[in-house]
Ligand binder design. Structure first.
Ligand SMILES: NC(=O)c1ccc[n+]([C@@H]2O[C@H](COP(=O)([O-])OP(=O)(O)OC[C@H]3O[C@@H](n4cnc5c(N)ncnc54)[C@H](O)[C@@H]3O)[C@@H](O)[C@H]2O)c1
Length: 271
């Protein structure tokens, strides 16, 4: 195993949306840090592949196929986690319904089914997994939940209103959970990635659009899944014991400047 490890020793981590991209990178990092990992995703084969990679690397991981928008399947997922590893210490939610994206267009054009598809996975997935994990965390007197939002949760992308609403909802939900259960030892935080290169974003943006993303990052490169995974590790680990209800932006500074800056720079370059 590559890491000096140990920051999640003795912990069980459930990672949803862990079949690929940021979720897989997080599951793999958590395992390198000695967590026992449940790799959960609706994509059964790819979840199994992530778990295989972790085990090949010497870590402990089991896959579980579940749709996080289905309460019975979520209940089974939590039951499986507790039966297999004795509890659930870390809940890391990344599941996101990318298939809704092409139809998530302007408000007047988007079908209600698109809204329901996006909200039921990206927002209600966090709600349902938290609801079923919380009793076990409360019994243990500790737990760390991290939900994934996005810059799109508070900065408009000019379309994709259902995704934006789901990701904004994640923030309000997580802050509420943090304050409801903080006194009982449970923390709930949010990770808000900017543009991160994953198979999902590579399929969504062409070369020119990707260049635009790079132009708007205040960093020499675009984000990688490990950039988010490392932030997730911090929020899952005891090092963040006094951080609760926080939104950790992982965007290479994409949201740090006033919107007119790239245009002003271009004008300055032209003079
Ligand atoms: N990549 C980025 O640039 C970026 C930016 C902002 C936010 N995010 C967020 O980070 C998270 C991970 O992003 P990613 O780029 O790795 O995306 P991704 O599409 O690769 O990951 C989402 C995962 O969720 C799974 N999934 C879909 N529906 C599900 C369901 N009903 N039940 C269980 N699993 C389901 C998919 O199979 C997939 O593995 C997502 O929540 C995304 O919205 C990503």
């Amino acid at each position: 195993m590559g890491s000096t490890a140990g920051r999640l020793t003795g912990k069980t981590a459930l990672v949803t949306g862990a079949a690929g991209g940021i979720g897989a990178a997080t599951a793999e990092l958590f395992a390198r840090e000695s967590a026992r990992v449940v790799v959960a995703d609706i994509d059964k084969d790819s979840a199994a592949a992530t778990a295989d990679r972790i085990r090949d690397d010497g870590g402990i991981a089991v896959p579980f196929a579940a749709d996080v928008s289905d309460e019975d399947q979520v209940a089974s997922l939590i039951e499986f986690t507790v039966d297999t590893f004795g509890g659930v210490d870390v809940l890391q939610n990344y599941a996101s319904n990318r298939s809704a994206v092409p139809k998530d267009v302007f408000v007047a054009d988007a079908d209600l089914s698109v809204w329901l598809a996006q909200l039921s996975v990206d927002l209600l997935g966090c709600v349902l997994t938290s609801k079923h994990a919380l009793p076990h965390m409360l019994t243990a007197g500790a737990g760390a939940i991290t939900n994934s939002s996005s810059l799109a949760g508070w900065l408009s992308l000019g379309s994709r209103p259902a995704y934006a609403a789901a990701k904004a909802g994640v923030i309000g939900f997580s802050k509420t959970l943090a304050t409801e259960y903080g006194k009982q030892g449970i923390r709930c935080n949010v990770i808000a990635p900017g543009h991160i290169t994953t198979p999902a974003t590579e399929a969504m943006y062409d070369e020119q659009q990707t260049q635009v993303m790079l132009d708007h990052v205040s960093a020499p490169r675009l984000g990688r899944p490990d950039d988010v995974a490392l932030a997730a590790l911090f929020l899952a680990s005891p090092e963040s014991a006094f951080i609760n209800g926080h939104v950790l932006v992982v965007d290479g500074g994409m949201s740090a400047y006033a919107p007119m800056l790239p245009s002003l720079r271009r004008l300055a370059d032209e003079r």
